[in-house]
Design a protein around this ligand. Structure first.
Ligand SMILES: C[S@@+](CC[C@H](N)C(=O)[O-])C[C@H]1O[C@@H](n2cnc3c(N)ncnc32)[C@H](O)[C@@H]1O
Length: 216
């Protein structure tokens, strides 16, 4: 998540007035980010019908960079009691009904093992979500490089656990590797889209890659 100086009056004011922050508070979501995933899912259904829903009952979902838990809350609600969510973050996550939490650095082998263990017995997932973002240092090229590393780790994980036909939503930053990352995703999925949900702040370089129909 972007690092903020506590004195940043502009951020505080903006956060205070943000309609998504207010809506999240009212609807019990832990972060305004929840509306990005809801919007992505809704948009797919509007364009391609209900069958195209990203989150369906009974699915196994992995949520990378899940804290404080907005996306996992949305996923747990939509996949219902027969589904399961594995939520991963460096930071602690308050328990979410229907989700298993793994705390640690996803770039570490031991954490990756813990996540795959949480997916047993099949050790496969129907949907991989990644909203992972580095702590922003303010040095644009270094921040972009760290963002790319996280997205690459998500791609590698997809190759390891995603069911053929499965889907993914991955946060990508518009840095030097952006087009290469999108191009590579096209070799992995039958359909790839890049979106910038309304709930994503305009000044943020983040975009979301949606991959549908994993080709294995
Ligand atoms: C934008 S926030 C995620 C918000 C979340 N999707 C939600 O709905 O509440 C990005 C998260 O990525 C996490 N993150 C960054 N690098 C990570 C890493 N190497 N391993 C695990 N989590 C990481 C951060 O700790 C942060 O909580």
């Amino acid at each position: 998540m972007a690092k903020r100086r506590p004195s940043s009056g502009r951020w505080l004011q903006e956060h205070h007035d943000d309609p998504y922050v207010l809506q999240a508070r009212k609807e019990g979501y832990r972060s305004r980010a929840a509306y990005k995933l809801l919007e992505i899912d809704k948009e797919l259904q509007t364009k391609h019908g209900k069958k195209a829903a990203l989150l369906r009952p009974g699915m196994t979902v992995v949520d990378l960079g899940a804290a404080p838990g907005g996306w996992s809350q949305v996923a747990a609600k939509l996949i219902g009691k027969t589904g399961r969510v594995v939520a991963v973050d460096l930071l602690p996550i308050e328990p979410i009904v229907g989700a298993v939490v793994v705390q640690g650095d996803f770039l570490e082998e031991a954490v990756l093992k813990e996540v795959t263990k949480a997916l047993e017995p099949q050790s496969m997932a129907d949907l991989v979500l990644s909203d992972m973002a580095p702590n922003m240092s303010g040095f644009k090229s270094a921040d972009m490089a760290r963002g790319e590393l996280l997205a690459e780790a998500a791609y590698a994980f997809i190759a390891q656990v995603l069911e053929p036909g499965g889907a993914a939503v991955i946060k990508l930053f518009q840095g030097s590797e952006f087009h290469e990352m999108v191009k590579h995703a096209r070799t992995m999925f039958a359909k790839v889209k890049v979106v910038k949900p309304k709930a994503s702040r305009a000044r943020s370089a983040e975009h979301y890659l949606i991959g549908l129909g994993y080709k294995n």
